[in-house]
Design a protein around this ligand. Sequence first.
Ligand code: BGC
Length: 759
Amino acid sequence: MSVHSMPVLTEAEVAERVGALMADMTTAEKAGQLTQYFYFDLPPREEGAPEGPGAAFAGQGITVGEALGRGEVGSLLFVTDPAQINRLQRRAIEGNRHGLPVLFGFDVIHGLRTIFPVPIALAASWDPAGVERSQAVAAREARAVGIHWAFAPMVDIARDPRWGRIVEGAGEDPYLGAAVAAAQVRGFQGEGLGAPGRVIAGPKHFAGYGAALGGRDYDEVNLSDSELWNVYLPPFKAAVDAGAGNIMTAYMDLNGVPATGNHWLLAEVLRGTWGFDGFLVSDAQAVHNLRTHGFAADLTEAGARALMAGVDMEMAVGDPAYAHLPEAIKAGLADEEALDACVRRVLTAKIRLGLLDQPYVDEDEAIQVLSDPAHRAAAREAAQRSAVLLRNEGGLLPLASPRSIAVSSIAVVGPLADSRRDTLGPWVFDFDLDETVTVLDGIRDRAGPDVEVGYAPGIRPALRVFPSMFDMFAGNAPAEPEGFDDAAELARAVDLARASDVAVVVLGEWQNMIGEAASRSSLELPGRQLELLQAVAATGTPVVLLVMNGRPLDLRWAAANVPAILDIWYPGTQGGAAVADLLFGDVGPGGKLPFTWPRTVGQVPLVYGHTVSHEPANQGRRYWDEESTPLYPFGYGLSYSRFDYADLTLDRDRLRAGQALTVSVTVTNAGERAADEVAQLYIHQRHGTASRPVRELKGFQRVSLAPGESRTLEFRLGPDELRYWNAAVRDWVIDATTIDVFAGGDSTAELTASFTISR
Ligand code: BGC
């Protein structure tokens, strides 16, 4: 039977199948179903060999192979080759009495073979439908190679850009975060588990991981109840409501209790209050590490505590704590019913996916799916829609417009402009570098024979002070160019810029500087990039700065001195082509910032949704040495046109708690080019039983408008938008109050109206 014609089983049929299997399983076999291993086919480390990145995985192939043979594996991660997946699957099935297949999970974060822009970029599109389409492509490719489950989306709110994982999420805002989270879940899962060409979505990391102390990845998190419920949990709630089949726990302590052993968080909130009925997986080695936290005395207790908190599956690098579950149950640390509940959830997922009937993957079909040109077209469109235009003095962009300068020569400058690996961004492993279009390639292709395109890196790539754990993958760290003469190369870049009509300078962070374990203590452009930019700008040739990044960087100098700045993020496989489309105006940028862009690292965390207290008039001067306002506000982004907002109207100006109203606003494209705008709706509660932020996003719509075209957009404000978790009464409330509404193109929107809520 093919996966495509899999019959949908009723709940009772699934339960019956699960029950029949479990009736005959030993405690050890059950524990095996709850164990997930990384699979890297790496040889054991030789005696005395240095401990490089990835040392923890040495010898994995042998260990896991043996565990498969003993039937002690429920799932594997990090395998993407369909032939290897089939081989391992056969080994798994033959290794246990029940012929149970393993689930293959993988970090399908922004594409598998076709790489899409990084998640923060997808969020910057403010286009949930587009985000859903992107992740549907990723799911199709993943499923085709035999992956059943994506460890994505990462829905952690990130308010401190020193934390490198900001690139994996949707930024600082709970409302945008929730919309993007739900869209991704729908993209990965489609109609639900078992839908052809889709995979299980695993939103992560539950919960609060983005608030690591000092932005230091993995460090403890201390969040107030108000922040937790109003800011950090909403994207998870949205993902659960969208039907996510899995959730991954977080590494760190949340308010003094490890998230992975946190009964309140996992059992009471997630399963109890929210009714999550999928399965939970720990983050890598997080169960094991309950010992490291000083929470569990030994591995047996670690496994027992995680299981009793509701962690269904342990993601293990080696030496799983869940292998000790039989012992833990004998010692009375965990009970068999809890174990059974976990096994039931894992087997339910396998059955719903159709895995018991069709465990193998069609290797020929995989080749076809992975090379589908429609996937590349989708990635190009996603990259176009993600870019954010931060500055465009004098209409320098688009290059081929009447307002721009005449361009017959372009200098492309900066090592990132010509780096395939960096164009893709972090958290990708199965990409094809050969098909990756860099910014330089894209500009060369688009510029055509009449425009001369020159290239000079100007400087060598910057390096991390401490290597990345991902540098275990070949080509992850930038290669040191051989025989690079710093002074001569800088001079060459300057000469090229001087001799060209326009200089396109690509700066940012190398992709191994962002992502997991990529925290920074500064937001400056790494290496000699600012010096390069200043030297190029000093030639007088107009500069377009393209920023390749996953976090805000210190762009104070550029924002004051460079006429055009376009944030292209890490744009993916088709990135350079999309960037060229934007530069030449074949399409226009319409993305908006999903985070507040600080001026300097000393301001972080800096968010638009803050409360006000003493001396609000000095809000922008809290520091004596720098403004405390952002460089660019949340929701900000320009286009090649301009938009006016008018006629903000409410269909009623009084309501009772529990009722809803409709807000409408008319957006007009007041410029000369067709363009996209993201209309945003914010609220502010004037008074109430707790303090509320000065602004809160409560609605947005991305629209495409022809020159002169107007559209009236409607937004609904109902109980979901008006309630908040109140730390004074420790409950959700809708206050009797006055609410100000603001509509416009970013979080500083001025067009306003108000309404009252009574009890
Ligand atoms: C990360 C997870 C990821 C897992 C498997 C962990 O280190 O925190 O986000 O899914 O590794 O690769």
